[in-house]
Design a protein around this ligand. Structure first.
Ligand SMILES: [Zn+2]
Length: 122
């Protein structure tokens, strides 16, 4: 499988057809989000993910201005929500074969980094 990279940001990335800046948002967030949802689906497929019996573990490094590390176990459907923070951010999702990684840039972070593994549902 080819490497896929998609970005999701909550600041508007819309531009006019000639590339100039626009005040109007054409729905870039929803477009970017559906690209990311496709990427996550490919990741789930590549790993034979089974939502009835499995959950997703996220390991994060360099989070917030305190440079925190941590991990959490969530439902597959909550991946995007879990990575979002208040304020401006940019999430870069990279799917390389069956490995998913995400980096997050924001005002308070120099590049938080997340890894994902699939764990059995308890
Ligand atoms: Zn926009």
């Amino acid at each position: 499988m080819e490497k896929q990279i998609f970005e999701l940001t909550n600041s508007c990335t819309c531009a006019n057809e000639d590339g100039s800046y626009t005040d109007d948002c054409f729905g870039c967030y929803e477009d970017d989000k559906s690209n990311v949802e496709y990427l996550l689906r490919d990741w789930a497929t590549a790993n034979n993910f089974d939502g009835d019996n499995q959950l997703v573990r996220i390991e994060g490094r360099g989070m917030t201005w305190q440079n925190r590390d941590g991990s959490t176990v969530i439902e597959y459907e909550s991946i995007i929500d879990t990575l979002q923070i208040n304020g401006d951010y940019r999430l870069t999702f990279t799917l390389d074969g069956e490995n998913l990684t995400v980096s997050r840039g924001s005002h308070d972070e120099y590049g938080a980094f997340f890894k994902f593994t699939i764990v059995p549902r308890p």
